[in-house]
Write a protein that binds this ligand. Structure first.
Ligand code: DGL
Length: 270
């Protein structure tokens, strides 16, 4: 394992590419291997036991590469299975999305009231509440399970002007705004794509995407550990999914646009 080793990133599906995009933007020299478990997505509606089992098999696949760190891009997996992943793979550092977003929210809220939009499993785990309390014990956190948003985004319905998307986003965001939150964490891989709609209706909100915060934390940690890839050459990126690759590539464009620079490959994992 050295500076040139891969950063392994996994998600329940394609949404985790929002995190890859954040990493590529801030760490362009890094080699990245991505695994999206498209055969078993969604994780957000599943039981804790099932999410842990899936997350461990995702990392088992990533560990077949020469990796120097793993990033759990999936908020659901991070909030439910992080400790199990860390215990099973002590040989590399494991980064997530919940902690960096919580730290940023705790630091930037002005009134101490923070809303979290997430999947049902993430909201039920209480992971954001615990993480925010570590950074700001006074903060009040309001979790909102948003089950309809993942399928909406995966069907390309996330742009301002889309009446259905706007209505569903407001359905989930308005109760949080009514609780007077000044900061909103987008605690799901898919939700950064809904930022424009949220800004249209709630321009005053401090919106924190877990993807952006995660990339920033990864950079700081690699720098500190002396394992940052500073080769000056653009990194190699490999993308794997567990179901049809062509279908995944189509959805991947929503999340990464032209940053998706190589073909998606299908693999069978255990
Ligand atoms: N990747 C998941 C998350 O960030 C959303 C999709 C799913 O439910 O699997 O929570």
């Amino acid at each position: 394992m050295d500076k040139n080793s891969y950063i392994g990133v996994f998600d329940s599906g394609i949404g985790g590419l929002t995190v890859v995009k954040g990493i590529v933007d801030s760490l362009p020299d890094e080699n990245i291997v991505y695994f999206g478990d498209t055969a078993r997505v969604p994780y957000g509606t599943r039981s804790k036991r099932q999410i842990i089992e899936y997350a461990l098999s995702d990392v088992k696949f990533l560990a077949t590469f020469d990796i120097k760190a793993v990033v759990i891009a999936c908020n659901t997996a991070d909030s439910t299975a992080r400790e199990e992943v860390m215990a099973a793979y002590p040989e590399f550092p494991v980064f997530g999305v919940v902690d960096p977003a919580s730290r940023m929210a705790a630091k930037t809220t002005r009134n101490g009231r923070i809303g979290v939009m997430a999947t049902k499993a993430t909201a039920a785990s209480g992971a954001y509440d615990r993480a925010i309390a570590r950074y700001n014990p006074e903060a009040e956190v309001f979790d909102m399970p948003c089950s309809l948003l993942v399928p909406l985004v995966e069907n390309g319905r996330f742009l301002p002007g889309d009446k259905v998307a706007e209505m569903v986003v407001q359905e989930y965001a308005q109760p949080l705004v009514d609780k007077e939150v000044d900061t909103l964490i987008l605690g799901c891989t898919h939700f950064p794509l809904l930022t424009d709609i949220l800004r249209k209706y709630y321009p005053e909100l401090n919106i924190i995407s877990s993807s952006g915060a995660a990339a920033q934390e990864l950079r700081e940690s690699l720098e500190k550990a002396g394992t940052l890839n500073d080769s000056g050459k653009p990194g190699t990126h490999r993308y794997f999914v567990s179901d049809d690759a062509a279908q995944a590539e189509e959805i991947a464009r929503y999340f990464m646009g032209s940053v998706l620079d190589s073909r998606v490959e299908q693999v069978r994992i255990e």
